[in-house]
Design a protein around this ligand. Structure first.
Ligand code: GTP
Ligand code: MG
Ligand code: ZN
Length: 278
């Protein structure tokens, strides 16, 4: 029978087969080779085979991702470069991205600012787990969807609010160190609606540029707002870094392109240049 791996704990796997959950073990297969999100062939309580994957992430270990919800909040202070890297990562791996601004109860200015910077880059949903706006996220969960983002942005809180149950452990945001404590350690899939799962994750708080594997010229196409007809740069080989009559540079100057996004682009250009390619 074919099942879906919902959870991995040491050498035990929770596998869902036709709405029932079974604790299975891998025999004749390497445990390290089985990921949460994998479709597997099971016989009794034994996983016999891993079916081909759409994609696989190593850190956090997750397979067959359809969608990624990148969660940010006013606190902890967002790392927007990480947001940009995750957006690129999604496009490269055929994962549909969504930017979710959580903790909207902490103030409107922050929300407006983020929308201004990112509305041309990706779809955005604004929620708070403290009120009903969190349910706006429900219709966005398709297939296997992962919550990504820094520690303490509220990923586990979102799962609990959607399921109206305290299934995921919630941490504290430490004001003193201005960051979370990585409360969630394991990856686990929670069924939000039939066939639609949400993964609580840890470990998306960094993303090495090497994983992106794009060159300086390719990077441009991951900033869709640079390509809008009004400020499309007329030079085909322009990297939009400083040239006097570069259309993108002047659109940044007159405020048509977000400065924050452009500065991130420049940092990524620099980082990509410094990666030694083998
Ligand atoms: N004000 C406010 N606080 C929230 C909201 N959602 C979550 N929090 C708080 O944010 C803190 C961190 O929440 P978690 O859900 O543990 O965050 P996480 O992203 O799962 O963190 P890690 O598991 O460490 O990656 C907790 O103190 C929550 O109560 C919200 O909408 N508004
Ligand atoms: Mg968590
Ligand atoms: Zn240019």
């Amino acid at each position: 029978m074919i099942g879906l791996v919902l959870k991995k704990n040491a050498d035990k796997f929770t596998v869902e087969v036709e709405d029932k959950k079974f604790i299975c073990q891998a025999r004749n297969l390497k445990e390290q080779g089985i990921f949460v999100g994998d479709k597997v062939e099971v016989n009794g309580d034994v996983i016999e085979k891993v079916l081909p994957r759409k994609n696989v992430l190593i850190r956090p270990p997750l397979a067959n991702l359809d969608k990624m919800i990148i969660v940010i909040a006013k606190a902890p202070k967002p790392d927007f470069l990480l947001v940009d890297k995750l957006l690129i990562f999604c496009t490269l791996n055929e994962i549909e991205p969504l930017l979710c601004i959580n903790k909207s109860d902490l103030g409107e200015n922050f929300v407006e600012e983020v929308i201004k910077n990112y509305e041309k880059a990706t779809k955005i949903v604004v929620i708070s787990t403290l009120d009903d706006t969190v349910f706006d996220l429900k219709k966005e969960i398709k297939g296997i969807t992962a919550l990504a983002g820094q520690s303490a942005v509220g990923k586990s809180s979102i799962i609990n609010a959607l399921l109206k149950e305290n299934v995921a452990k919630i941490g504290n945001f430490s004001k003193k160190v201005e960051r979370g404590k990585q409360t969630t350690r394991l990856v686990e899939l929670y069924e939000i609606e039939k066939g639609n799962y949400l993964a609580d994750t840890a470990g998306f708080s960094k993303l090495d540029e090497r994983l992106l594997n794009v060159d300086e010229y390719e990077l441009r196409k991951y900033y869709p707002e640079f390509i809008a007809p009004s400020h499309n740069c007329k030079y085909k080989s322009c990297l939009h870094l400083s040239s006097k009559d570069c259309g993108v540079c002047s659109a940044v100057k007159n405020g048509e392109i977000s400065k924050l996004r452009y500065e991130n682009y420049k940092i990524l250009q620099e980082n990509i240049k410094n990666i030694k390619r083998f």
